[in-house]
Design a protein around this ligand. Structure first.
Ligand SMILES: Cc1cc2nc3c(=O)[nH]c(=O)nc-3n(C[C@H](O)[C@H](O)[C@H](O)COP(=O)(O)OP(=O)(O)OC[C@H]3O[C@@H](n4cnc5c(N)ncnc54)[C@H](O)[C@@H]3O)c2cc1C
Length: 410
């Protein structure tokens, strides 16, 4: 088939790879000049398991609070009616623990396996590491995590509840003064550089059935006839299928074909800093569950990520949130990173649906497919989502269960 993909973030690049592997002729339209320039640019790097990752699944981790002295979701410039409705739905899912957590966890495990298969096959060195500590400051935190731990156990994810001494053996750079009550050790948890993986995969697949049209914005999509209109053109370019992997922009493209999605962009931050003293830096990834902040070792850099805000796409960086990231890094790994120069500070959008799950598969309209809405887990789910959507387009049963991830739920 002749297939168009809109968007060359991690989701579009992996989807192109899988569709080309199935023998399709694929064109990826990307408005920016390179792959992974938007949400996939500087993610925290966390792969499976998902349940303990910041903002991955409603009801796990911190509750979404927009009021009070310590809001977990900062709101600047007022609350739109759409965001209020979204918030109510997220809270409802969180309260009832009705997110498809088990399905997501299995999808993430499948994704991790595929990432490593693809990386090995094409010799992609994407600064991968294995193992994670979820740091706990108190026994109450451990108790609050039990539902998430049960999801992980049910999914067969190896985990150990360990004390502070054992945690310090695994991550010797942890400050002896940090208030560590214990940790959850996830020995098989994955992490790696999302943008690097996307770029290496794009380079590797260039010319093998995938054509990338960069600096090419799609203005309109169409079903029946299936195709799209590129900025500056009036003619419809026709395809057998169009797959939307455009992140938050899907919300703007879909109304033209009569579809609306309850998506919102929850922005967050990451700071990447050169390693200063290797023995004081994390070896792999850690998550501060109370702060919903992660610290990940990516090659010779340390990346701290966190923060959640509704402040619009072009808001200025929020200094107190960035200070919180620096403080958390200093609490756990003082001296591990060089914060005086060579920093990369990034603000990016998590495209989130109110149940924390992505939208994968058919739209119900001829030839139009979706692979979007991955929220805080797009890197962790991309390779599995891509394979699953390619299977659905080929009318094959995907290897993983996709219950609750389709359009029908909306
Ligand atoms: C602070 C932070 C930390 C995160 N950490 C993690 C993590 O540790 N693990 C994890 O799994 N996930 C993480 N995420 C989430 C992850 O970043 C996203 O889920 C993922 O990058 C989404 O990928 P995507 O390809 O769908 O979107 P994007 O990367 O945004 O790609 C969409 C692409 O579509 C293009 N596009 C849009 N409209 C058009 C158009 N009309 N025409 C042409 N092109 C168009 C855009 O330019 C863009 O390149 C994090 C997010 C944030 C903000």
């Amino acid at each position: 088939m002749k297939i168009a993909i809109v968007g060359a973030g991690i989701v579009g690049v992996t989807t192109a790879y899988e569709l080309a592997s199935d023998g399709h002729e694929v064109t990826v339209f990307e408005q920016r000049g390179a792959a992974a320039e938007e949400a996939s640019f500087a993610t925290a790097g966390l792969l499976a398991p998902l349940a303990l990752n910041p903002w991955a699944i409603p009801g796990f981790g911190q509750a979404l609070r927009i009021m009070g002295p310590h809001p977990t979701l900062r709101v600047a410039g007022g609350l739109s009616r759409a965001n209020l409705t979204w918030l109510r739905r997220w809270r409802h899912v969180a309260r009832n623990q009705s997110a498809p957590a088990a399905v997501l966890e299995r999808l993430a495990q499948y994704s991790l396996t595929r990432i490593h298969t693809i990386a090995t096959r094409h010799e992609l060195d994407f600064e991968a590491s294995s193992g994670r500590l979820v740091l706990l400051r108190s026994e109450q935190e451990r108790a609050a995590l039990q539902p998430a731990l049960q999801v992980l156990r049910d999914a067969g994810v190896p985990l150990h509840e360990i004390d502070a001494d054992a945690a310090r053996v695994i991550e010797p750079g942890l400050s002896p003064e940090a208030p560590l009550a214990g940790a959850i050790h996830l020995p098989d948890a994955g992490a790696g550089n999302c943008r690097l993986f996307a770029q290496l995969l794009r380079q590797g697949t260039q010319g093998s059935g995938v054509h990338y049209a960069f600096n090419t914005r799609v203005d309109r999509i169409s079903s029946n006839p299936t195709g799209l209109v590129v900025q500056g053109e009036s003619e419809l370019r026709r395809y057998d299928a169009v797959v939307l992997c455009a992140g938050m922009a899907c919300a703007a493209l879909l109304p033209a074909v009569g579809l609306r999605l309850p998506m919102t962009a929850v922005h967050g931050y990451s700071v990447s800093a050169p390693v200063r003293e290797s023995t004081h830096a994390p070896c792999t990834s850690v998550v501060d569950i109370a702060q919903q902040i992660s610290i990940t070792r990516l090659g010779q850099r340390v990346r701290i990520a966190g923060g959640a805000e509704w402040a619009g796409p072009d808001a200025e960086h929020h200094t107190p949130t960035l200070q919180r990231l620096y403080r958390t890094l200093n609490d756990w790994f003082p001296g591990g990173a060089q914060l005086s120069s060579g920093l990369q500070i990034w603000r990016g959008a998590r495209t989130m649906l109110p149940d924390g799950a992505p939208l994968l598969g058919a739209t119900g309209l001829a030839g139009l497919w979706l692979n979007t809405g991955h929220g805080a887990s797009g890197w962790g789910l991309a390779c599995a989502s891509a394979r699953a959507v390619a299977d659905l387009i080929a009318q094959r049963e995907p290897e993983v269960n996709l219950d609750g991830l389709g359009m029908r739920r909306f």
